[in-house]
Design a protein around this ligand. Sequence first.
Ligand code: NAI
Ligand code: 15L
Length: 267
Amino acid sequence: MMKAKRMLVTGAAGGLVTLIRDGLPALANELVLSDILDMGEKRPGETDHVLCDLEDAAAVADLVKGCDVILHFGGISRENTADLIHRINVVGLYNLYEGVRAAGGGRILFASSNHAIGFYPREQQLTPSTPPRPDSNYGVSKVYGEALAQLYWYKYGVETMSVRIGSCFEKPMDRRMMATWLSPGDMLRLIARMIDAPRLGCPIVYGSSKNKQQWWDNTEVAYLGWEPEDSTEQFDGMFDHLPPDDPHDAAIVYHGGGFAKAGHFED
Ligand code: NAI
Ligand code: 15L
């Protein structure tokens, strides 16, 4: 397995990176963790911790210098005001891509989200080439990120794997997550495939485990060689005590669940 020479991980104080953190040193010779918040004690295999605000273009440009792999998990991770989402997920992401371009490249994992396609009905199985249909301001920012990734690939040759992550938590927290759950182990194995790929290009990949219910079909990106190994089968029955879902409830009809149902954040 190939290792990154110097891997940067943003959003390192967040929930998702916390879950995979101890698996990251095996993927890189040098590992730099970054966030706007404190990341706690440095653990074995972590080369450096850098506090950095994605809004600070000069600091971001410095941060990405010399990194051949960047796992970009930093940012606003759920619905919020249009202003905050714009500042961090739009301008902050642009700062990151511009930094990478100025530094002469680097392979990026962009943590996109199922909320980029959240307004499709669940009865429709989606593929990576399904056009976006976001369910929130947050989802729109992920569509922007996927588009920025395309621009930087086709115009500047910067490779990105945009992962439309389902629900990456220790375990599913509701019935919907029985379909959307991505195990931390499968996330790590996907990162390893991205580092290993001789030629990555700019794919969109759905991030969910080998769950019984499959809403997303990754056949188009089979060249990555990523096969999820975990499944929510181990949690079967976990939500049986809850009342049955109302099939007409918007939170049940759409892929995006509660994000699709919620009203405008600022009303
Ligand atoms: P999180 O909210 O726990 O972590 C995000 C991190 O970004 C936080 O530690 C936060 O301090 C940092 N951050 C926020 N503003 C920043 C700024 N201005 N500068 C630098 N860092 C800043 O979210 P989580 O769950 O860890 O998600 C990580 C990424 O994956 C996010 O981009 C999220 O949108 C995406 N994602 C996560 C999913 C999941 O199931 N956990 C599902 C789909 C997408
Ligand atoms: C996301 O994009 C969020 O970051 C995460 O907190 C979950 O809400 C997840 O989607 C989901 O859809 O379960």
